[in-house]
Design a protein around this ligand. Structure first.
Ligand code: GLU
Length: 509
């Protein structure tokens, strides 16, 4: 591995960050940390048409929430700045001149209409790749077909032009991709890529390569959609004399929709009701009401989930802290095939990360949520309740949602359950249970369990006949933690009172 490792995350500020980009970001970050290299954030804002105001802020805030701090970037600065491509124009000009002088790039003056006509002609002639390329360029208006003086005169007169890369006619470009292995592309299928647009701004391809070179990038880790662009990038490396320092390419497989068909998109997210963006965002053309942050995911759980979508740590273990991910990460264990996005798994990771923390960490959240409903609770009680409900918690807010009934008396009882379970024997058992409970002297879980057994045996009945009703009387719910443990925490008075209220309500039914 070339050292020191320099990697970059290079988002374009064209909207919110898709979760697939967060995975790309994560793999770059993990490699940099693992190899004690540098992780650079570069904003690729050369596409003015797709530029979205505030998108950069959104990206920065997403990184902040994820706890990923670049070593260099627009906020941190660094030796290779500036870190926004729009501020680096002068640097691109130097290399453009070199390409033009050495005949690897040329000026093209064709209008959109002329290019369209050319394409139509090629389509009519059944040409396989109807594009601006080594063949068609010979009959278009460019500096390869026009006399030098005319080209200069046109430029001086302010005629709009673009600069294109002079793609070799038929050449096999071979490169090694860490994930894909050897990739071969015939330049005959590629067009003469525009390097500088008519507004003087470089295209993605050109700015990206120049910046990767200047920032001494050793590994380009990015989504598979960029694989077809790599031969173009490699030609630029060659023509600029940088071949020996070209980065190692690592193209990550796609994140697939939950069905496994097609790539994961916002449409799937809307359809199945899960987020695909890290945080909420409202901007023109895109509204994301809830991101992972708003839904209650812990950044480390989300990163753990994403880390395993395309990379395997080897072995059975799945739950890792950020530090452990850094330690384990290696490019060799990246997978090749597309990975299904399974939100149930993301929830599972969240659950596991919540469980791995000391419960006392979550008690404050419980008390806060309670306060929002005007409920004051003691720290000790909150801790005991959190302990009791922890197996049922997916998000932090669930601690309160699952434990709320301790503070809020039930208002309604489930008719379905009553229909199935409520009868005179159940009523008798409930009355007996309440009276024994009221006179229980020693308050312990063990005695409560014995009491339950006594009542059931006395009526030759079963746990299933009484317990769901007791749960309903005490909590108003049909599911939850162990009923005797609930009674134990709720206390004698509250438990007896709730059973009495329930029995009264049954009489009125
Ligand atoms: N700006 C590109 C993007 O938005 C970066 C691709 C690359 O990493 O080369 O994904």
């Amino acid at each position: 591995m070339r050292s020191p490792v320099h990697v970059r995350f290079a988002p374009s500020p064209t909207g919110a960050l898709h979760i697939g980009s967060v995975r790309t970001l994560l793999y770059n970050y993990l490699l940099a940390k693992k190899e004690q290299g540098r992780f650079i954030l570069r904003i690729e804002d050369t596409d003015q048409k797709r530029f979205v105001v505030d998108s950069e802020q959104y990206i920065l805030e997403s990184l902040r929430w994820l706890g990923i701090v670049p070593d260099e970037g627009p906020e941190q600065g660094g030796d290779f700045g500036p870190y926004r491509q729009s501020e680096r124009t002068a640097m691109y000009t130097v290399y453009l001149k070199r390409l033009l002088e050495e005949g690897h790039a040329y000026y093209a003056f064709d209008t959109a209409e002329e290019i369209e006509n050319m394409r139509e002609r090629l389509i009519a002639a059944k040409v396989t790749h109807p594009q601006y390329n080594a063949i068609s360029r010979t009959w278009m208006k460019n500096s390869l077909t026009m006399p030098k003086e005319e080209v200069e005169a046109w430029i001086a007169a302010g005629k709009p032009y673009v600069v294109r890369l002079k793609m070799p006619h038929k050449e096999l470009i071979r490169f090694y991709d860490t994930v894909r292995g050897w990739v071969k592309v015939d330049t005959a299928v590629l067009d003469d890529k525009v390097l500088i647009k008519s507004n003087g701004i470089p295209t993605y391809h050109f700015a990206n390569v120049v910046d990767d070179y200047l920032m001494k990038i050793t590994h380009v880790i990015r989504g598979e959609e960029w694989l077809p662009s790599t031969p173009v990038h490699l030609l630029l490396y060659r023509y600029l004399g940088w071949e020996s320092v070209a980065p190692q390419f690592v193209h990550l497989p796609l994140l697939l929709a939950p069905s496994g068909v097609g790539k994961l998109s916002k449409r799937h997210a809307d359809q199945y009701g899960f987020p695909v963006f890290p945080i909420a965002w409202h901007a023109e053309g895109l509204t994301v009401n809830e991101g992972f942050r708003e839904q209650g995911y812990l950044p480390d759980a989300l990163l753990n989930f994403l880390a395993l979508l395309g990379w395997s740590p080897g072995g059975e273990q799945e739950v890792f802290t950020r530090e452990a991910l850094i330690e384990k990460f290696s490019l060799e264990r990246l997978g090749r095939s597309g990975v299904k996005f399974d939100i149930a798994k993301a929830k599972w990771f969240n659950q596991q990360h919540i469980k791995q923390q000391e419960l006392s960490v979550w008690v404050g959240y419980f008390i806060q949520e309670a306060q929002k409903e005007g409920v004051t609770c003691q720290e000790n009680d909150a801790l005991a309740i959190c302990e009791l409900v922890k197996e049922r918690v997916t998000f932090i807010k669930d601690f309160w949602l699952e434990g709320r009934f301790f503070y809020v008396d039930p208002l309604l009882y489930d008719e379905n359950l009553l229909h199935k379970k409520w009868n005179s024997q159940a009523e008798q058992m409930m009355i007996l249970f309440a009276s024994k409970l009221a006179t229980l002297i020693e308050w312990s879980l063990l005695f409560l369990k014995e009491l339950l057994q006594e009542v059931i045996q006395c009526h030759h009945s079963s746990v299933g006949a009484l317990l769901p009703l007791l749960r309903m009387a005490l909590t108003g719910l049909t599911a939850g933690p162990d009923v005797m443990a609930i009674i134990y925490l709720l206390g004698k008075d509250k438990s007896c009172k709730r059973i009495t209220v329930f029995l009264e309500a049954m009489k009125q039914r």
